[in-house]
Ligand binder design. Sequence first.
Ligand code: ASP
Length: 450
Amino acid sequence: MKVVKFGGSSLATGANLNQIFQIVTADPERKIVVVSAPGKRFKEDAKVTDLLIDLATKALLEEDTTVLFEQIIARYQEIAEQTGTDASIVEQIRSDLKRRIDSDKANPDLFMDLIKASGEDNNAKLVAAFFTGKGIPAQYVNPKEAGLIVTDEHANAQVLSESYAKLHQLRNADQLVIFPGFFGYTNSGQISTFSRSGSDISGAILANAVNADLYENFTDVDAVFTVNPGFVKHPLEISELTYREMRELAYAGFSIFHEEALIPAFQAGIPVHIKNTNNPDSRGTKIVRKRECSAGPVVGIASDSGFSRIYISKYLMNREIGFGRRVLSILEKNGLTFEHMPSGIDDLTLILRGNQLNPTLETRVAEALKRELGADDVAIEHDISLVMIVGESMRHSIGTTHRASRALAEAGVNIEMINQGSSEVSIMFGIKKDFEKTAIQALYQEFFAE
Ligand code: ASP
């Protein structure tokens, strides 16, 4: 059996719903359908989830919510009208949202999640009514009744392992299951949402729980591309990549599939197939445990900006016991997480997400590093981009770093840092943000151009 997930852009209009109806009914193995909230109908449109966040914010501030409330209901109403779905479902959605908005606001995080989750929850009810109306009996399944139990870390919930056994029962459902993505319930029965785009996670959890043969993730692009199409026009598509490769690419900006959604799929070894709702015949991208080695060593090139680096040097650092530990404890005391720590003999560099820093914190950390470690030099720099070449085949091929660094040198890009883990799944280059596009284009030319 297959678990199928549709993202918000596949559920924004009546035409979208007709399209997903075709897809689901074309394959009897597609038995569980996970849905997002309606997404954007056109480029400047708002996602229902974003409208709901605004709604909750206004309600918490005790501002008037009437206009926004009606705007949200109108989104469901439009879809119901366009698909000829029984109008009573819209009335149900209206009273559900009203009940939520009138509920207790003592815990703002809980209230926010309650409102946010309604996007998926009500859309699942609408989609179930739509399928049933078209002659395919479908049941909306509530995550609480199905047993999707999560932690109470609102907006960043994590699934609890006891969920899987209960969710397994969904295998035996006699109708098509329509399951709302993005949220679960805590042990005390409260709604708690995953992080943004978390319906991917719900789909992966269900695929794991029912031991699906395949988890199909329908979105609005044909495939995962070898590089961000914003940097290279019409880049090649990736037909197959491993969980580890996807994880590395997701880390540096490939946001097509939620990185946390890889965990349940990976644990159960369930292949994930990324496909385009609007072009279901396109090949898409499969994420698998093992793949045949592709022609070249690199499967994709990713980049992410907004990093900062803290450079620390001290003569004879290599001989000093506990130096690294003390550096990291200064970071910990200041509530900072670091991403990478490349080092030399007498120096080390910490790469951090720059949005954690501010001028006061920077001065405090730099002073602590100098004072407590007796460092000769501490320098903090911003606007660093990390560019990554990713591919499991690099492990077996000699000279990939050479090819990459030569391509960067020929394009006039200075490499500020190189980091290659011993797993050899990726090589990471730290460069100045201004050179990000040039670097990506040069690497694409080197590894993918015919
Ligand atoms: N609707 C939620 C969001 O926009 C979750 C999802 O679409 O996966 O983040």
